[in-house]
Design a protein. Structure first.
Length: 237
């Protein structure tokens, strides 16, 4: 991960990371990363004067940790709220409507393609798949089948006036939340904020390894990470 020119200007530091780093997904849980950054600041803030003597250390990496944590947490909350709203749309009655339409289209397709063994094999098992990605894929594939024999499907009773268009419409509505540009942008803002916070934590820890190399207990409290299950590492002095 490249080092930004300075943490004094967080927006400039974020831009200096480049798009690849800003869009990288966090490799660990957000809650654990936030907890570690907060705990690290409580340990090193009283030691600020000792960090200040290092000629090549960006002291703003330490000073800006609380703001970096606040930014990352705010971005995480925003993304989580948007993601929850998207999931609620996906789990609404629209899914039941999609399943019902798929069942009717498969039943009609079996009539239209009654003499085509290859097409009939494609339809096997389709009505049993309920997970969202497969449901969307089934509707889109059925729409293509209908396009190829539109006149024949038009003669099947109890289908929508434009069954292919209806299948595509519902498929689009089901995916709108998952691929909503606003949701993607919120996730990218979250990932970028976390990446910059992690970089500041890394800078502070690296400097701490040098400063406190002869103080093992203090060093452990600076470089240790949160354990699984939410337990905090020991910080005895």
């Amino acid at each position: 991960m490249p080092r930004p020119p300075s943490f004094a200007d967080l927006d400039a530091a974020l831009a200096a990371l480049g798009p690849r780093v800003r869009r990288a997904r966090p490799r660990r849980g957000i809650v654990a990363l936030l907890s570690e950054a907060r705990r690290l600041y409580t340990v090193v803030e009283p030691l600020r004067e000792r960090y200040a003597i290092l000629p090549d250390f960006d002291l703003a990496a330490l000073d800006k940790l609380p703001e970096l944590v606040a930014r990352a947490q705010s971005a995480e909350v925003d993304w989580a709220n948007r993601n929850l709203a998207s999931a609620q749309v996906s789990m609404s009655g629209l899914r039941d409507e999609a399943i019902a339409l798929r069942f009717r289209l498969v039943k009609a397709a079996r009539v239209v393609f009654s003499g085509d063994e290859k097409k009939l094999r494609l339809l096997d098992g389709v009505p049993q798949r309920r997970d969202l990605p497969r449901l969307v894929g089934d509707l889109r594939r059925l729409a293509k089948l209908i396009d190829a024999r539109a006149e024949d499907f038009a003669r099947v009773p109890r289908l929508p006036a434009s069954p292919a268009d209806e299948a595509r419409r519902i498929a689009q509505q089901l995916t709108a939340g998952r691929y909503d540009p606003a949701l993607v942008a919120a996730r990218e803002r979250r990932d970028a904020a976390v990446a910059l916070m992690e970089l500041a934590v890394k800078e502070v820890r690296c400097a701490g390894r040098y400063l406190f190399r002869h103080e093992p207990r203090l060093l452990r409290s600076i470089v240790s990470k949160a354990r699984r299950g939410g337990r905090k590492p020991s910080a005895k002095k």
